[in-house]
Design a protein around this ligand. Structure first.
Ligand SMILES: [Fe+2]
Length: 193
């Protein structure tokens, strides 16, 4: 087994129950498990790649879903580790410079999160264009932007909030996500990029 599930040291979360976290962590562990399964199956199928061509292609096709499911959840849960704090420092300055104010960025990002469909609202940094991109990733992989750094990742699958909120309360979940956000975790990703 190459990848093992990460452990997260959550602070005291507001508006996100322990049951919601437990259910969600279990799903995350499934993605890690299946990335390992894919790797093992590929090794097995490659022993006779001609005979196994169809199965090999299908297994290979699943990497994007499982891989991003693994990595995006790691981004997501890490944002709730430690004490909640606002986004500050160079990241806050850069967001304000691009969007007019941090509040204007937040409103735009929340708009992305509230889009219909299951997936992720992502704030990415493009090192080439030297700008942020707010984008929506359907499932875990459709709409990922190559070469960008994930700065903030918000899970908008229903499994992320349905223990605590009904779909009509999605905005409350988004608010809870931000209320618990450790801004320094997010700021460090931007600084590293
Ligand atoms: Fe999730």
């Amino acid at each position: 087994m190459i990848y093992t599930p990460k452990q997260f040291a959550f602070g005291t979360l507001q508006g996100i129950s322990q049951k919601q976290l437990d259910v969600h962590i279990k799903l995350y562990e499934g993605y890690v498990k299946f990335i390992n399964v894919i790797e093992e199956q590929q090794k097995e199928l490659l022993k006779d790649s001609e005979k196994n061509a169809y199965a090999l292609a299908e297994v290979t096709r699943r990497i994007g879903f499982e891989w991003n499911g693994m990595r995006m959840h790691e981004h997501y849960f890490a944002q709730w580790e430690g004490a909640a704090s606002p986004i500050a420092g160079p990241l806050a300055d850069a967001l304000a410079a691009q969007y007019g104010s941090i509040e204007a960025w937040h409103a735009r990002f929340k708009g992305v999160a509230m889009m219909r469909g299951i997936g992720w609202a992502i704030l990415s940094w493009d090192p080439v264009g030297k700008q942020f991109v707010n984008h929506f990733v359907a499932d875990h992989e459709l709409g990922q932007l190559n070469g960008l750094t994930t700065v903030l990742a918000l899970d908008m699958w229903e499994h992320a909030f349905m223990v605590d909120y009904v779909p009509a309360e999605k905005a409350q979940y988004v608010d809870a996500f931000f209320a618990n956000l450790n801004g320094s975790v997010v700021a460090q990703r931007f600084t590293a990029a």
